[in-house]
Design a protein around this ligand. Structure first.
Ligand code: FAD
Length: 376
């Protein structure tokens, strides 16, 4: 699928290319912890100072209000320039929290938080999943008891990415006593420095602590921090997740084409060999994921479930590319840049943001119209 570009779009692309060439940091991003926070905030502040932050946000809220075509052009240049991953610790703030506040927040919440997010002054994390509520988010149990003008939170979240270096959390809790499933929930802005919060980082098999368990022990949060209304959290959460599924992972999807070219350059397989065949298949699949990404981003009106098709295709292909890299490069993969690290990290692609099985369920039920799976 080719993009149809007006001369102004081409000028935009060249401007983005020049800026990125002059500004992408030479040093790679640290993998974790406070150094990764400082690096990401500094990069976002630099993007903001030159008018490149909040690309999809409306101009009224300090964003650039870019069209989907311009977003694609920006991200194509972004991955080509090997700019810092857009899925770093600023991701939740820019792609979930900010857009959710724009859609559902109060004026006070917007005025306080939106500039801090855009200018690279605050990190957010997401506190949705619990040990017994991941794919089945509606079964979450963390409670928020209303007490005067506060809610008192008790319970536990898990897999909260960047919680240990975040300033705020988008926290989904059960505020209506006796409620079940998606009723009686609230989406709350949780200040991560509040008394009663304990954060325990979890180390993944790549040896990196991206995410954490978070425990809440009588944490008092003002009612004014609820977003979208008391007991109306499911609707707010669906806004958050809807934003993510459409475009948020665009850089990762476009990056696959860059990665496969890098692998071909490194492996240099002789024509006609099995390795050459595998790599050319992967190159074609990466082009297909790129085309699906364009189509999903450009389709008007947006079709909400197309995001699952792209997400699933991307996730499974990313795993295949990294496994192939390790197979083909063999022990050399250890010496050749980030392949082994990225291979280990790629296992999470079919879990984070909705597992491959859940994406398949969505595609089957919502796109193909197959019978719905039996619900408990
Ligand atoms: C890298 C990473 C980052 C994450 N970041 C965050 C974050 O910032 N905030 C946050 O809240 N969460 C985060 N998560 C959690 C993520 O959303 C959950 O891991 C995911 O939703 C799956 O939930 P679960 O781990 O509880 O697995 P479960 O839901 O228990 O699933 C276990 C297995 O059962 C399968 N399964 C479950 N239900 C069905 C079904 N109906 N049909 C078929 N198969 C099914 C699943 O596909 C999976 O294979 C992150 C996860 C990862 C890996």
């Amino acid at each position: 699928m080719m993009l149809e570009l007006a001369p102004e779009d081409v000028a935009f692309r060249l401007n983005a290319r020049d800026w990125l060439k002059a500004n992408v940091p030479a040093a790679p991003a640290p993998h974790e912890g406070h150094p990764s926070r400082e690096y990401a905030l500094e990069w976002l502040a630099r993007l903001h100072a030159s008018g490149w932050s909040g690309l999809a946000w409306p101009a009224d809220y300090g964003g650039q209000g870019l069209s989907p075509t311009r977003m694609i052009l920006w991200y194509e240049e972004y991955v080509r320039a090997r700019a810092p991953s857009a899925l770093d610790c600023t991701f939740v703030a820019l792609n979930h929290a900010g857009p959710t506040l724009i859609a559902c927040g109060t004026e006070r919440q917007k005025t306080f938080h939106l500039p801090r997010i855009l200018e690279g002054r605050s990190i957010w994390c997401q506190g949705f999943s619990e040990p017994g509520a991941g794919s089945d988010l509606a079964s979450l149990k963390t409670t928020g008891r209303v007490d005067g003008d506060h809610i008192v939170v008790n319970g536990q979240k898990i897999w909260s990415s960047f919680a240990h270096i975040a300033d705020y959390q988008e926290l989904l809790i059960r505020t209506e006593p006796g409620s079940a499933r998606n009723k009686g929930l609230s989406w709350v802005i949780c200040d991560m420095t509040l008394p009663g919060i304990t954060i325990r980082p979890i180390c993944n098999m790549a040896g990196v602590s991206h995410f954490a368990e978070v425990f809440y022990d009588d944490v008092r949060i003002p009612l004014s921090e609820i977003v979208g209304g008391l007991h109306n959290g499911w609707n707010t959460a669906m806004t958050t997740l809807g934003i993510e599924r459409r475009t948020a992972a665009m850089t990762l999807q476009l990056e696959l084409s860059v990665k496969i070219e890098e692998l071909i350059d490194l492996a240099r397989p002789a024509p006609g060999t099995a390795a050459a065949e595998i790599l050319s298949d992967l190159r074609a699949e990466a082009a297909a994921v790129r085309a699906m990404t364009y189509r999903t981003a450009l389709r008007e009106p947006a079709t909400p479930f197309d995001g699952s098709l792209v997400r699933l295709s991307y996730a499974e292909l990313a795993q295949r590319i990294h496994r192939t890299a390790v197979d083909i490069l063999g022990a050399g993969a250890l010496a050749e840049g980030p392949w082994v690290h990225d291979y280990l990290e790629s296992y999470s692609e079919t879990i984070a943001g909705g597992t491959a099985e859940i994406q398949r369920n969505i595609i089957a039920e919502r796109i193909l119209g197959l019978p719905r799976e039996a619900r408990a």
